[in-house]
Design a protein around this ligand. Structure first.
Ligand code: ADP
Ligand code: MG
Length: 236
């Protein structure tokens, strides 16, 4: 079908010798802010992985993205860098509220994303929160409003949307769905649909999924607009 033939084309492109690609290989060569570059340097990141080479330019151009790549290929930076840059370019400030939501299937993965965000986003002025449950919802409620970026598990995010007074997603610029297939396998399809119903339609959406099951395709139809397909099978 259309997706898998695109996948194989892109897979071949990604497996081609790096020299033949007119794509930035180093973070320093990307059209991104000095703040993000400095955060990447301090965290020890120099060269892009294959999925980052494929995903970053379309995402930085504002495209919706459907990304497939194996575990350990560096997908986190493929969405964190665009998230930081979108808010930076729009001069997002503490007054502007929630600009980016990152949804992850498990607490552990959400915490890893949050840690990487804190490192790479260290030079920016944005506030970031982690909503993963485990604590009483009341304890999180005092901090959630006004955060510029939130990293969440689906159930806890929807709980805040339903129960936290003043929780406002109306200005959201970017939605990230990481490991979408796992989110759906864990039974969160309705939760994710309800979350998306609360978000503005005009936004950028970056969706990553190792597999393209029917339920992932349904979610893609519901949440993405004219997405760029990125598939990387070989580590270049
Ligand atoms: P994925 O989400 O695809 O499974 P991660 O984003 O968790 O992969 O990255 C896997 C590991 O590779 C992490 O330890 C991360 O810090 C590291 N990593 C990611 N991108 C780079 C890079 N460009 N250079 C060096 N290490 C990287
Ligand atoms: Mg990951």
């Amino acid at each position: 079908d259309e997706v898998s033939s695109l996948e194989s084309q892109l897979g071949e492109a990604a497996g081609a010798p790096a020299d033949s690609q007119d794509v930035a290989k180093r973070f320093d060569d990307l059209p991104i802010s000095e703040y993000t570059k400095e955060g990447l340097r301090e965290a020890g990141f120099t060269r892009l992985t294959a999925v980052q080479r494929a995903a970053l330019l379309p995402a930085l151009c504002g495209r919706d993205l459907l990304g497939a790549a194996k575990t350990g290929s560096g997908k986190t930076l493929a969405f964190l860098i665009p998230v930081l840059e979108v808010l930076y370019r729009r001069r997002w400030s503490s007054m502007d509220g929630l600009g980016a939501l990152i949804i992850s299937p498990t607490r552990e993965l959400a915490l890893q994303i949050f840690d990487e965000l804190r490192k790479v986003g260290k030079q920016h002025q944005f506030s970031a929160g982690l909503l993963i449950g485990g604590k009483q919802v009341k304890a999180e409620q005092q901090h959630v409003n006004g955060m510029n970026m939130l990293v969440c598990t689906p159930g806890r995010l929807l709980q805040h949307m339903d129960e936290t007074p003043g929780f406002d997603c109306s200005q959201l610029q970017v939605l990230v769905l990481d490991e979408a297939d796992r989110i759906l396998d864990m039974g969160f399809a309705q939760t994710v649909n309800a979350i998306i119903d609360n978000l503005p339609e005009e936004r950028q959406t970056l969706l990553f999924s190792a597999t393209q099951t029917k339920s992932v395709k349904d979610l893609v139809r519901l949440s993405l607009q004219d997405p760029q397909y990125i598939a990387v099978h070989a580590e270049a």
